[in-house]
Structure formats: C-alpha cells, structure tokens
Design a binder for this molecule. Structure first.
Ligand code: HEM
Length: 560
C-alpha cells in the first residue's frame, strides 16, 4: 500500500515538475513583444492557469470572492489593470474607473456581452435584452423602454397588494415577534411583484412557498450561474457539458409551461384589443405591452424571462441587505421612521413622489447599493480588436491593445469598497464618514438627516422627481442628488450599482420604488428590527451572479 502511494507521489511530482518546466520554456521561446505597451501579467504556476482557476473556485465556494480580488490587486499594487492567461483565454481584471467608463460608454460598441455569453445563456434567455449586443440589443431596449416610463413605474398598486401580504405573514402566529428569514421573504415578495407586473398574475409564493415555478426558476438560475462561471475559463477547461443539464432542462420546461398560457391568451386577443389594453391602465402588464408591438411568442417569452431574471434576485438581495444593516442600527431606523411620519404618516400609502422626496430613505438605499451592489462582478468581451485607455507601460497609465474575445472583468463590489476613492472631508472640512461603515448620512449634508433633509430637499432647485431615470449619468446613480447643492457625489464611474451608459439598468426606478415602498410599509408598522444571527453568519456574501447573504438574514420585527 505504502509502495503504491510513494509511486503515485513520485509520478505526480514529476508531472508537476515537467509542466512547470514546459511553461518556463514556452515563455522563453515565445517572449512577449516588447514595443507594444502591455499589461502586468498575473503569473500562474501550472499550465492553463489551473492553479489560479482552482484558487478562484475555492474562494468562490467559501464566499471569499472579495478577498480574492483584494489579494490579486494587493499582490500587484499599484497596478489597476491586470492580465491573466488561462491557456488560450485572456482575462483582464480592472479596478480603474477610466477603463470601466470605456467598457460601458465611450467604447460601448467595442465591448459587449459577447457571442460566448450569448451562447451560454441562449437556452434560458434566448435573444433578448440581456444576452445580445448591437442591433438585436438595441431593438430589445427600444421595445422594453416604454414599459419603464415614469407613468408606468409610478403606479404602485402592485406593490401595495404584495407588501400587504408580506405584513400579514409577519403578523401571523408563527412569525409575530419571532425570528424570520428576511431574505427568503424578500425573494418571495419580489417574485410575486415581478410576476404580477410581467404577467398580470402573481405566482403568489408568499402564500405558497413551495410554488413549483419559483423552485424551477431557482434551479435554472443556479445551474446557469455555474455555466457562466465555467464559461470564463471554458477555453481552458471545457466544463459546461458536465453541469447538471437535466436539472436545467426540467426547470426550463416548468418555467416555459407556466408562462406560455399567459402569452398565448394575450396573442389570441384581436390586435386592436391588445393595443387598447396596452394604452390603458386596466389589464395592462408586460406581456400585453409587448404584444402590442410583436406577435412573436418566443420574443415575448425571452424578454419576459430576461426581465424577471434581472428584476427578482437583485431587488430581493438589496432589500435583504438593507434589513440586515438596519437590524443592527436602531438610530437609522429611528431617523427613517421620523421621515416616514413627516412625509406620509403611519397609515397612508406612499406615492411615487413621496418616495422620491424622502431623502433619508433614498440615502439608505444608496448606501446599501454602495456596500452590497447586487451585481458584484461583471464582465464585457471585446467584440473586435480594440484598446483600453489605461493599464499599459511601466506606470500602468498607457493605452493597451485588446484582442477580440478578450474578457474584461470589473467589480462594483471591490471598487465601491476602496477607501482611496472617497474624500477625507466634505468641501467645508467636515470629516467624511468612514467608507467601510454603513452610513446613509454620507449622502446627505454633513451627516444631518431627518428634518433638515426635507428642508434641504425643497431648497434643492435641481431636484425633480419627474426626471426620467434613463439618463446617462456617467455612472452616477440618479435620484435627485445630482444637484449643485449636493455636498458629495461619487467620482465618475466609481459608483455603478446599476451600471452606466446606454446599458444602464432599465428597471432602476422600478427597483427603487419597490424597495422604498416596502421599507416604508414595514417601518410604518414596526419600530424596531433585531438581528438574531450568530457572529460567523453575519456579512457572509455569496457571489453567484447576484450578491446574496449566504446564511440568510434572521431578524425579528418588533412593534415597540
Ligand atoms: C436593486 C435592484 C437592481 C439592481 C442593483 C440592478 C442592477 C443592474 C445592472 C448592474 C445591470 C447591468 C447588467 C449588465 O449589463 O451587465 C442591469 C441591467 C438590467 N436590469 Fe437591473 N437591477 C435591479 C433591478 C431591476 C429591476 C427591478 C428590473 C425590471 C423590473 C431590472 C431590469 C433590468 C434589465 C432589463 C437589464 C438589462 C438592460 C440592458 O442590457 O439594456 N433591473 N441591472
């Protein structure tokens, strides 16, 4: 037995030695051309970067993606853009806002989701807004844009129906004054709201947690996130074929069979009737709105599922992280309740304008999205041979060539947590709150919130809650703080929870209204939120496409 073991060790050791020697020789024989500015290259020990990939998988499965990025950039400080060769695949990671700006706006046509991403997601999302580039993407965006107009988004009646159901659950015998998993409730709430908005009928997962559609959608998403992660290294390791295709296909069948009748029923209506519904408020939903422009059931299905995917977990996770932070901070809850009391009182329902006028509420949401951006890591592919403005040369500040199909990764999570991107003080010398801390007040003048915020809001002549969201705001989140009186707005392209440029999140205002409405509803009724989590379960961030609390969020909602 021990003889066999030592032979295995000798053979394994020799193979590793051989692989390292071959890699060394390869680098000697094919050195990089020296006259073109190149990016600092991350050294890997084993061929195809297998050591690097393994480390990535281990860090990901132990929820340490942020640490992975931190260690990578710390090891290569002060460089902000790095190149990693994983066999034939080149992946660039950047924390340079100038490069992020190029990816998302100034060189928008040269970087996109890319054909590989499209292929990986095609079965799930088809050829819709989320997975296409160029003309196809443009057509999808134009089709969907009117559905997110201010008039449509400011109708909060769907939120009212489902938040009422949430409150009834919180008041029910098993939950009242008891610890509940707030993340699970947020997922169910956002699923119910999204399906109601999209189909005109909710899956009602708040009342029925075992709902089949919700479970199938979760299965497909889980496998899809593995496929996407494997896709980043798939040229080096062709893993995708092994990834639970049965679960994926069965899940997709369930999802498709659920949405199909809604689409077919709408398409069976005479066109002028569909157009009339799409113009009115009665019976309006995403499917009817799309059916007024296209009679293609697959196109409607693809856009519908894409928007559902984009809308559901992102909003649930942001709401849940907000409740997590608020559960440890009674002073924030107190301020928020004061603002609610002043703006809508404890009984009335908030309007869209009320939500927009509540500066402290908006600051809370901004602060959550700063520390927990729902899409923590993102990626673009070079659609042709092109350049990035920075990263080359000895100082890392020269433009670099980028070959077609190179992947460029950036991380709102990592960037938004870097203290160097924040000022030490406000313009008047008041210290700027520690960027590592959850402090909504940083978004409002000198830490003053509550009463003063409302007065400041009225005085803010640039503030206009009717301004549509879809402006290119240079990566800065729009909600009325882009005014001459704002004491601080993030440096361009350093705060991008909704991305920026032409592909900025189309549902941004919908999401903010949904989260704001839910928080108002909750804190009209409850005055305290207590966290009931073990220390080791707090702040554990799982990053599988969306940044979710890995151990849930266990809290108790208390009335006094
Ligand atoms: C807190 C909640 C949300 C956050 C943080 C968020 C964030 C984002 C981000 C970062 C992107 C860019 C993805 C990329 O291009 O790589 C995006 C795109 C998108 N989002 Fe959101 N989102 C949220 C909620 C919503 C909601 C509620 C909807 C719809 C009701 C929605 C619909 C979309 C769509 C359709 C896209 C694709 C836009 C395009 O490619 O042109 N999102 N979102």
């Amino acid at each position: 037995m021990s003889m066999t073991f030592s032979w295995i060790s000798i053979i394994t050791g020799s193979l590793i030695f051989l692989a390292i020697s071959l890699k060394f020789l390869f680098n000697k024989v094919f050195p990089r051309k020296s006259n073109v500015p190149t990016l600092p290259r991350v050294r890997t020990l084993l061929p195809f970067g297998i050591d690097y990939i393994t480390r990535g998988i281990i860090y990901n499965s132990s929820n340490k993606n942020l640490l992975f990025w931190d260690e990578l950039f710390t090891a290569h400080y002060p460089f902000k853009t790095l190149e990693i060769r994983l066999g034939p695949q080149t992946v660039i990671t950047t924390r340079d806002p100038e490069n992020v700006k190029a990816l998302l706006t100034t060189q928008f046509g040269e970087f996109g989701k890319g054909e590989r991403f499209h292929q990986e997601w095609k079965e799930f999302l088809g050829d819709a807004i989320f997975t296409t580039d160029g003309e196809k993407w443009h057509a999808s965006r134009a089709l969907i844009r009117p559905i997110f107009s201010r008039e449509r988004v400011s109708d909060l009646s769907t939120f009212e129906i489902h938040t009422q159901k949430l409150l009834r659950i919180l008041d029910s015998p098993g939950c009242e004054q008891q610890p509940v998993n707030a993340f699970d409730l947020c997922l169910r709430l956002t699923m119910d709201i999204a399906t109601d908005f999209l189909l005109g009928a909710s899956v009602n997962s708040l009342a029925n947690p075992a709902d089949k559609f919700t479970a199938a959608f979760a299965d497909v998403q889980r496998v899809q996130s593995w496929i996407t992660m494997a896709g980043q290294v798939s040229k080096a390791l062709p893993l995708q074929g092994f990834l639970f295709k049965d679960t994926y296909r069965n899940g997709l069948d369930t999802v498709n069979s659920f949405v199909k009748p809604f689409i077919m029923r709408t398409l069976a209506l005479p066109r002028d009737e569909v157009e009339a519904i799409a113009r009115s408020d009665k019976g309006y939903n995403f499917v009817t709105a799309l059916a007024a422009f296209t009679r293609d059931p697959k196109m409607i299905r693809d856009q519908l599922i894409s928007v559902l995917l984009a809308a559901r977990d992102t909003t649930a996770a942001t709401l849940a992280w907000t409740l997590y932070e608020l559960s440890g901070r009674p002073e924030i809850v107190k301020h928020l309740r004061e603002e609610i009391l002043e703006t809508v009182g404890l009984v009335a329902t908030a309007t869209y304008a009320d939500l927009k006028n509540m500066r402290y509420l908006q600051a809370i949401l901004k602060e959550t999205l700063r520390l927990y951006p729902a899409i923590p890591f993102n990626m673009r592919a070079a659609l042709s041979d092109t350049t990035l403005p920075r990263g080359g040369g000895p100082q890392g500040d020269l433009p670099v060539h980028i070959k077609k199909d190179t992947l460029v990764a950036y991380s709102p999570l990592y960037m938004q947590r870097r203290s160097e991107l924040y000022p030490a003080t406000y313009p008047d010398g008041t210290p700027f709150p520690d960027p590592s801390q959850y402090t909504p007040e940083r978004w409002i003048y000198s830490g003053v919130a509550g009463k003063e915020s409302k007065a400041a809001n009225k005085a803010d002549s640039n503030y206009n809650p009717t301004v549509p969201a879809q402006v290119d705001n240079h990566g800065v989140y729009e909600s009325g703080l882009l005014s001459s009186e704002a004491p601080w707005i993030p440096k361009p392209w350093t705060y991008i929870p909704f991305n920026g440029g032409p592909r900025i999140c189309i549902g941004q205002q919908f999401a903010l209204a949904e989260m704001g409405y839910t928080l108002v509803k909750i804190f009209q009724k409850y005055s305290r939120l207590e966290r009931r989590m073990k220390e080791e379960d707090c702040d554990v961030m799982r990053a599988n496409i969306v940044l979710t609390p890995a151990r849930g969020i266990t809290v108790v909602f208390l009335k006094n």
